[in-house]
Design a protein around this ligand. Structure first.
Ligand code: AP5
Ligand code: MG
Ligand code: ZN
Length: 216
């Protein structure tokens, strides 16, 4: 099964992607995570993307299309993948269609997680992540069972993203509305779009997605 998770910053794409990857044996492909890794490693792509990401704008289509096109060829993607944060522009969506056709793969569903803008700022402001395994947490909505210890790996170091400040969140939201929202119509026409109510708690959102997938 090959899926796309679509939604604004802070909607819960990463949170749901990790749950679905586990329950369905899919590989999570997050362009945001890949770009952050490139920035941390100081690669050519990382150097190009760093400032754009810090401003909360989208990096160039060419960069992310290249990353995804290569990554999809890896053997671990053969049994299914979950795109988290890609595509984000019509050009990326069209390129993805071409890539999948070329590689003889198909898209099964596009899951849109709907959340109001006001809720997103609070979700992003409270987010933190385990530095060792990448598990995501929230100061209010998803605290580790024991304070300061990751539920998944026992790690005790956590990090917060550089672009998770109010000013950058506003430009990320702006980019979403201007450049990514048109994809809802694009995938709606293809009949692959499944929209879920992302305002509910994490488990309820997960249940809605599982129900949508069961109906495929
Ligand atoms: P990216 O990393 O993709 O960031 P984003 O789209 O802004 O989304 P987030 O990761 O912030 O949110 P999420 O939906 O994953 O939410 P999460 O599950 O963490 O992209 C970063 C940057 O990279 C972009 O700005 C751009 O510059 C660049 N980039 C990436 N892809 C690109 C592309 N394709 N093209 C061009 N540029 C690209 O949840 C958020 C918080 O809320 C967590 O703390 C979580 O615990 C909590 N939470 C989750 N669900 C719920 C719930 N239901 N109720 C309560 N709390 C919840
Ligand atoms: Mg994410
Ligand atoms: Zn961990």
């Amino acid at each position: 099964m090959n899926l796309i998770l679509l939604g604004p910053p802070g909607a819960g794409k990463g949170t749901q992607a990790r749950m679905l990857a586990e329950s369905h044996g899919l590989v999570q492909l997050s362009t945001g995570d890949m770009l952050r890794a490139a920035v941390a490693a100081g690669t050519e792509i990382g150097i190009q993307a760093k400032e754009t990401m810090e401003r909360g704008e989208l990096v160039s289509d060419d960069i992310v299309i290249g990353i995804i096109s290569e990554r999809i060829d890896d053997p671990d993607c053969a049994d299914g993948f979950l795109l988290d944060g890609f595509p984000r522009t019509l050009a990326q969506a069209e390129a993805l269609d071409e890539i999948l056709t070329q590689k003889n793969k198909k898209l099964d569903a596009v899951i849109e997680i709907r959340v109001d803008d006001e809720q997103l700022v609070g979700r992003i402001a409270g987010r933190f992540t385990c530095a060792k395994c990448g598990e995501g947490y929230h100061d209010t909505f998803r605290r580790p069972e024991r304070d300061g210890i990751c539920d998944k790996c026992g790690g005790s170091e956590f990090s917060r993203r550089k672009d998770d400040n109010e000013e950058t969140v506003r430009s990320r939201l702006q980019a979403y509305h201007a450049q990514t929202v048109p994809l809802i119509g694009y995938y709606g026409e293809s009949g692959k779009l499944k929209s879920v109510d992302g305002m509910l708690d994490i488990e309820s959102v997960n249940r809605q997605i599982e129900e949508a997938l069961a109906g495929l």
